[in-house]
Design a protein around this ligand. Sequence first.
Ligand SMILES: Cc1cc2nc3c(=O)[nH]c(=O)nc-3n(C[C@H](O)[C@H](O)[C@H](O)COP(=O)(O)OP(=O)(O)OC[C@H]3O[C@@H](n4cnc5c(N)ncnc54)[C@H](O)[C@@H]3O)c2cc1C
Length: 285
Amino acid sequence: MSGDEAPARGEAGADRDPHADSDPNGPRDVVVVGGLSAAVFTARQGLDTLVIDPGESLLRRNAHLENFPGFPLGVNARQLLDLLGEQAGDAGADRLDARATRVSAVGSGDADGPDPGDDIRFVVEVDRGDANDHGDANSRGDAIRTRYVVAATKNEVGYLADVDGIGILDRGKSYVDTDERGRTGVDGLYAAGRLAEKPHQAAVCAGHGAEVGVTILEADDRGFYHDWVAPEGYFTDRGRQVPPGCEEIGDGERREREEESREAIRERFAAPHPDPQETHPSLEE
Ligand SMILES: Cc1cc2nc3c(=O)[nH]c(=O)nc-3n(C[C@H](O)[C@H](O)[C@H](O)COP(=O)(O)OP(=O)(O)OC[C@H]3O[C@@H](n4cnc5c(N)ncnc54)[C@H](O)[C@@H]3O)c2cc1C
């Protein structure tokens, strides 16, 4: 799932942003096309992550989301998408309001191919539509080089047509053939959510995006155990090192983070979400 609001950087969690100075046009570790939960996991572990998404999640059409874990009386789905977007941004992911038009694998013989020593595997071409008129850095025709790609575009697969070895399944709608962890069989290319044939439920698709993010962390050559925040001493008082990906925090820090989160939730839910209810395009005037 993906929200449409790029969060203002520098808000809550900005102190944990590992990419504040990264080159917006430079090579990425991970490009997520159309999803946010995978990006939360890869960005939190320091992978330079870009989410490319024009903000057209199907969930925007939901009238009241009543089966997403943690919201016993339901939640406005547009609000949830905004919160997911904010969470990805706070984790350090960058976001580009654009459409991916083509993913191609790069080899050492290609003009866009890897420099010696780097392990760029893909180039993702994007179309920013009208945003191009403003001369933004990531403008139409930009080609973003990356080590990993996560495709999470529900049933849109056209931009993957040039990737050799990817399995596209046609079952009335298009899906990408994956194993249970979202691997496509093309090294470094993953699919998540509905696109990977997951059940048509928001929580399942978001959870699968998270699983794919963790799968990338496990595949990446930098060591990862779990993304856990544990109480101080949880590992170390048992004579263990804090494992890679985990964090121990003391009571003061825990209170501070909790207070910050309570304030943020109060503020985000203080007023009804401003975005109108969306519906099926065929029903729109
Ligand atoms: C009317 C309605 C009500 C629903 N109510 C519920 C409910 O109550 N509970 C529930 O669990 N589920 C509900 N759903 C289903 C839920 O919305 C989906 O299962 C879920 O959104 C699928 O997640 P996804 O990430 O796979 O796809 P999406 O959420 O649709 O996300 C796909 C993303 O890909 C982006 N994208 C597409 N093409 C490109 C491209 N070329 N480049 C870049 N980005 C691209 C889109 O902008 C979009 O943000 C409802 C759906 C509808 C239509």
